[in-house]
Design a protein around this ligand. Structure first.
Ligand SMILES: [Fe+2]
Length: 179
């Protein structure tokens, strides 16, 4: 029997119930998200159409009624890195198509002064179909991504909370601008 979006939603709910929100929860959902890409049909035509933060079309596959998570499909353009941005919560993604560069950062300062912020790279790798990428609650809630090659990257993302962004970093000047 194929593993569909409803099966994944059930697994996300029960895994959060079992573990709470932590690394064990995220890591145990990684293989399930991979299974969804393998067996869940064409995710780029399911759910509701959206216009993502990149300006490229995406999909909203599921939004938790109590605001614990949402599941989307997003596309990132080739050669145009997103700003280095902070999400309010954790997340993980799995590649559907294209080749994405996915870099996660950790904020080293205590966050009390946004005019003097310091980041270091926490993980930096590529995501192709079936590959996973994770970020975490603060201070490892910061990332950027873009596609390498001709086509946009397309990924399915499980986002903690409402998936919102807290703001973007100007790394050269050490400034965090809250949105
Ligand atoms: Fe993001």
């Amino acid at each position: 029997m194929a593993y569909k979006i409803d099966d994944f939603v059930y697994d996300v709910e029960s895994t959060i119930d079992t573990f709470g929100v932590n690394v064990e929860m995220e890591w145990s959902l990684g293989p399930k998200l991979k299974l969804l890409v393998e067996q869940g049909g064409d995710l780029t035509s399911q759910g509701a159409p959206t216009l993502g933060s990149t300006g490229l079309p995406g999909r909203l596959l599921h939004e938790d009624t109590s605001g614990r998570f949402k599941i989307i499909v997003a596309r990132f353009p080739s050669g145009e890195p997103t700003p280095i941005h902070a999400h309010s919560r954790w997340g993980l993604e799995c590649g559907i198509s294209g080749r994405e560069r996915f870099t996660v950062y950790k904020r080293l300062d205590d966050g009390s002064d946004d005019a003097s912020s310091t980041l270091e790279v926490f993980s930096d790798h590529h995501i192709e179909r079936g590959d996973l990428g994770y970020w975490y609650d603060s201070p490892r809630n910061i990332h950027r991504q873009w596609a390498e090659g001709e086509e946009p990257s397309c990924v399915v993302i499980l986002m903690g909370g409402d998936g919102g962004r807290d703001g973007v970093f100007d790394v050269d000047r050490g400034i965090f601008r809250r949105s």
